[in-house]
Write a protein that binds this ligand. Structure first.
Ligand code: IFM
Length: 459
């Protein structure tokens, strides 16, 4: 990464390029029981001993529920043009469906008003993993009725905010909800069941399709999207076993979603590997899922190297690819060119009208010195990825915007508060916020609409 970054380079982004940051409700809001909010699967999961590092939970998080005004002022200080937030489903429907909790809707309505007043365009994401616990008790995403309940939730929120909110996202990272939640078990609800995972993946996409239609009915001038998390998968060696494994991972994480959303059905290699009938698919479902979108949101952090478990390591010769030297605190390789590679692939192989980087960011062990956080490693991470974004636009890829993950340090799921991704440092004891050097640097990028390399350390 360093070599490219040290080569002088200036790039001016298109005048309408969208500059933002992203957060999610559970990760920042806190107020987990306030104003009529119901329990979510993340409340339940985080309150279960042993699930989250250090016994952390999102009960208070960044206390954004009470500190939203200060947070909007900080967004203004960074010069943000856009802010991607999510809506906590159990704040709106404490019982999952049925009666609407008006106080929950009022919170988001007020937030939207103040964002707009501050000149910041809200991009509202309906599902960032906060399923009402009641719905999980009734079967969760493996059950079809959850997709119906989600469509109702989308209808309620979009009809309430749609006069002001013009940018809508249905789901964030359905792969993570299905895989980590129902199979690998490190996310809520913490199950280990392949059949549940596959059915959940389908019902998430089905709920998405219904939600797109209902949002468009309520907000005819809306831009509607889904957000997927993508990795390029590289085989660890040229062995047939590693290549096969990498292709399967690509199918499970990338093609399952991209193909279905593009009207191609589920990829046959993944279906075959699963080996059971997909009998939860009903007539018309795949058409519903393939409803045209205004853009595809892509969350990109790293590439993944895949090594087959089938054959012993020493037979996996010759090794063709190794993870690079540089990693973030998550242990994720810093691999900026994977961003260009993925944008280019999606653009060539699929036909979404536009693409948006809806998340990209890095956790580093920041420290506060004299009320400052000198996070030059984060600046370099962002700069390197923006360089790839610039390359993509130059190559004619319809990339419309970039949202840094995250606005502020927050609850990083199973890692609790141990990983800091923010442009804003949060002291979780005092809730004091400090703009990191990366926030000042990003502000300059936004103001000038330009990336200049090498990235300078702000004063
Ligand atoms: O914090 C998460 C976010 O909720 C979803 N995308 C990845 C981020 C970093 O792990």
């Amino acid at each position: 990464m360093n070599t490219t970054l040290n080569t002088p380079f200036t790039y001016t982004f298109p005048p309408d390029f969208i500059w933002g940051t992203a957060t999610s409700s559970y990760q920042i809001e806190g107020a987990w029981q306030e104003d009529g909010k119901g329990e979510s699967i993340w409340d339940r999961f985080a309150h279960t001993p042993g699930k989250i590092e250090n016994g952390d939970n999102g009960d208070t998080a960044c206390d954004h529920y009470h500190r939203w005004a200060e947070d909007i002022r900080l967004m203004q200080a960074i010069g943000l043009r856009a802010y991607r937030l999510s809506v906590s489903w159990p704040r709106i429907f404490p019982e999952g469906s049925g009666a609407v909790n008006q106080r929950g809707l009022d919170f988001y309505s007020n937030l939207v008003d103040h964002l707009l007043e501050a000149g910041i365009e809200p991009h509202v994401n309906l599902y960032h993993w906060e399923l009402p616990q009641v719905l999980q008790d009734q079967g969760g995403w493996p059950a079809r009725q959850t997709a119906h309940a989600f469509a109702k939730f989308a209808d309620t929120v979009s009809s309430s905010l749609g006069d002001r909110v013009k940018h809508w996202i249905t789901l964030n990272e359905p792969f993570v909800s299905a895989y980590l939640g129902y199979y690998e078990g490190s996310h809520a609800p913490g199950h280990h069941n392949m059949d549940e995972m596959v059915a959940a993946a389908h019902h998430l996409l089905l709920g998405h399709g219904w939600a797109v239609n209902t949002i468009r009915d309520n907000v005819p001038d809306a831009g509607v999207a889904i957000v997927l998390n993508h990795h390029p998968f590289y085989p660890a060696s040229n062995s047939a076993a590693d290549i096969k494994e990498a292709k399967l991972w690509d199918g499970t994480n990338n093609r399952w979603y991209l193909d279905a959303l593009s009207g191609r059905g589920y990829p046959q290699d993944v279906v075959q590997q699963y080996g059971k009938p997909l009998d939860f698919i009903q007539i018309g479902d795949m058409d519903t899922i393939a409803v045209p979108l205004d853009y595809l949101g892509i969350n990109y952090y790293t590439r993944l190297i895949v090594r087959s478990q089938e054959i012993p390591d020493h037979q996996n010769e010759p090794v063709s690819t190794f993870p690079g030297e540089e990693h973030t605190e998550m242990g994720w390789e810093v691999y900026p060119s994977g961003l260009f590679e993925f944008l280019d692939r999606v653009n060539r192989e699929y036909s979404f009208p536009a693409l948006m980087i809806t998340e990209n960011g890095a956790a580093y062990p920041d420290s506060v010195e004299n009320n400052k956080v000198h996070d030059h490693n984060r600046i370099r991470y962002i700069a390197a990825h923006l360089r790839e974004a610039a390359r993509a636009i130059e190559a004619g890829i319809p990339l419309r915007g970039y949202f840094y993950w995250s606005l502020m340090d927050n609850f990083e799921w199973a890692f609790g508060y141990s990983k800091r991704f923010g442009l804003i440092h949060v002291d979780f004891e005092t809730q004091e916020r400090i703009l990191k050097d990366s926030a000042h640097w990003y502000r300059n990028v936004i103001l000038t609409n330009q990336l200049t390399l090498p990235p300078e350390k702000p004063e």
